[in-house]
Design a protein. Structure first.
Length: 108
């Protein structure tokens, strides 16, 4: 998995590209953890092929920590296939999943 980091106003945007499997989850955790400071972080899933339970674990921990610090974690731009993984796992209601993260960031 490849991750690009950019700033969009007060938001840090991580563009994910590839598979959020065991290896991808380790990369995601290493990149995401230092950003969980109570600020605004958005994950762009446009290029994500699929996500496994290890990826969900990384996201759940990040969400819990970010919320505890008063920050926001936004996930979006995912295809229907990846969104289906969130739905089947019952995790969609727990995350702020949006169609277009850039629209939400612009409106913030």
């Amino acid at each position: 998995m490849q991750i690009t980091e950019s700033q969009n106003g007060s938001w840090t945007v991580l563009g994910l590209d590839g598979k959020v499997d065991n290896e991808g989850s380790e990369i995601l955790q290493a990149t995401l953890t230092p950003l969980i400071t109570g600020g605004h972080v958005a994950l762009d899933f446009t290029q994500v092929e699929y996500i496994t339970s290890s990826g969900f674990r990384v996201l759940m921990v990040a969400l819990r920590e970010q919320t505890a610090r008063g920050g926001r974690l936004l996930i979006g731009n995912m295809n229907a296939h990846v969104r289906g993984y969130f739905d089947v796992a019952g995790l969609s209601p727990h995350f702020k999943v949006v169609e277009d993260i850039y629209d939400v960031i612009a409106a913030a």
